[in-house]
Design a protein. Structure first.
Length: 356
């Protein structure tokens, strides 16, 4: 029985179909490659602009708010010094000393002055006149012994580890690509002056991309200047290898793109990043958030300054212990304002019930 042999036309048709399929795959990969390069460039620019704005806003906040913070720090030290003087130099009865210490603790717990005393859970400070939510909201920051501090810093450490793990593989790929390009384009490896000049310019681009950690640009240089072997466009094996190589490059570009998005997302989630986001939103609404911050800090300085003068008057015996324990007028006024607001809310709710 004779073996049936496929006609040459059939083999040719099969080969052409395979090549056509490879050409389509290559074209798709090329489009994906260009899209990834474009997205990486766009995301890198967005990241650069955001980081620059973070620095810009931080610099402006520092320059405009530092004088206020310095005043607050000076008042803080003065209040601590006044209490230290009162508790160490004045002759006080046991109960009077205890009451003054309660006031001192209350100022610290409320966040009006910095903490310089160790507190225990048994300290009864709930009813002290200096404790108020308004002061707590403004001054309260996570303490190293608090759960908020631990969680935020653990999350920060986790984010750093996540970023570090992603960057390790990318850094290795960047260095490998750089060394491969340097091996091909280093000017010292050629003697022809024209080629040497061309290679010098290419190496400048390569060095810049390497220093910036720009894998996308290195791969783009590698592709544009044809550092790989020249493949025959009509060879199925060469086309397959070219597709596989381009697919591998695209995988690395995807990884870099995801890393850039992750880094930008992490930057936006930091305190500085959230400040920039809030700053942008406020500016769009025609608000100067830094001026508002300065006004708020200056308002707090007035309160702290009044408290400082109040403690100073007690030290100088211008007011009695009874007046001192009643609290400074500025805080009494604040407490009354809070009570008034609560009554307004309550009566507002009653009016709603009456309507229905």
């Amino acid at each position: 029985m004779s073996t049936r042999v496929s006609p040459p036309s059939t083999l040719s048709s099969t080969t052409s179909l395979a090549l056509s399929s490879l050409h389509i795959r290559l074209e798709t990969l090329e489009k994906e490659h260009q899209w990834l390069l474009k997205q990486i460039k766009k995301k890198r620019t967005e990241q650069k602009n955001f980081l620059e704005q973070m620095r810009s806003v931080a610099t402006e906040v520092h320059s405009r708010c530092t004088p206020c913070f310095q005043k607050m720090a000076a008042l803080d030290e003065e209040i601590h010094a006044l209490f230290d003087e009162i508790l160490t130099t004045r002759k006080l009865g046991k109960q009077t000393r205890k009451n003054i210490e309660r006031v001192y603790r209350s100022l610290q717990v409320a966040g009006i002055i910095s903490v310089k005393l160790n507190f225990t859970q048994d300290d009864d400070i709930e009813e002290d006149f200096f404790v108020g939510e308004e002061e707590n909201d403004f001054f309260n920051t996570p303490d190293e012994n608090s759960g908020d501090y631990d969680d935020s810093h653990r999350n920060g450490a986790g984010q750093q580890n996540f970023s570090s793990n992603h960057k390790t593989g990318e850094s290795r790929k960047i260095r490998q690509t750089f060394l491969r390009l340097a091996e091909i384009f280093h000017p010292d490896k050629v003697t022809d002056s024209d080629i040497q000049m061309r290679h010098t310019e290419i190496m400048k681009e390569i060095n810049k991309a390497y220093q910036e950690g720009d894998l996308a640009r290195l791969l783009e240089i590698e592709k544009l200047h044809q550092v790989e072997e020249s493949f025959s466009i009509n060879s199925e094996d060469d086309l397959t290898r070219k597709c596989n190589k381009l697919e591998q490059h695209n995988d690395f570009l995807k990884s870099q793109y995801e890393n850039l998005k992750s880094e930008l997302r992490m930057a936006k989630n930091t305190n500085e990043g959230q400040m920039v986001s809030g700053y942008r939103k406020a500016v769009k609404e025609g608000i100067d958030p830094i001026s508002q911050t300065v006004e708020q800090v200056e308002s707090e300085i007035e309160v702290i300054s009044s408290i400082c003068n109040f403690v100073k008057d007690f030290r100088d015996k211008k007011i009695t212990i009874k007046d001192f324990l009643a609290g400074p007028p500025v805080l009494q006024q604040r407490n009354q304002e809070i009570i008034d607001e609560l009554f307004e809310e309550m009566f507002g709710e009653f009016e709603e019930f009456e309507v229905f």
